[in-house]
Design a protein around this ligand. Structure first.
Ligand SMILES: [Zn+2]
Length: 117
């Protein structure tokens, strides 16, 4: 294995322990419920957690995240970032392996010729 192939293998191994993930960003919104007697009408707005993501035709969509799930969902978004980074590196390394193939093969052929002499 070449150095690049070893680097790629180590990243592929890291992909082996992928956990739950979600391709979205966690955000918090301040909400007013509309009830004139509620505390939010006096400025103490309701905190709502949500996930935004790109839906069909690249439109940004939002879904509500129940408060009890926020910490867990935060881990899912971080796992997605980790996997995305790994996929990018694996793809980049694969391209470098392709680029190195020709020169490596020519060098190997030259070495064989030298030995035959
Ligand atoms: Zn309210």
């Amino acid at each position: 294995m070449t150095r690049k192939e070893r680097m790629r293998a180590s990243r592929l191994a890291k992909l082996g322990d992928v956990g739950p993930l979600v391709a979205a960003s966690l955000c918090r919104r301040d909400n007013v419920c509309g009830n004139p007697n509620c505390k939010c009408a006096r400025g103490e707005k309701h905190k709502k957690w949500c996930l935004t993501f790109k839906g069909a035709r690249n439109k940004t969509k939002t879904i509500h995240v129940p408060k009890d799930m926020v910490e867990e969902v935060r881990e899912w978004t971080e796992e997605h970032k980790r996997v995305k980074l790994l996929l990018g590196e694996i793809s980049e390394l694969s391209m470098e392996i392709i680029r190195e193939y020709g020169p490596r093969k020519r060098a190997a052929m030259r070495a064989t010729k030298e030995r035959k002499r």
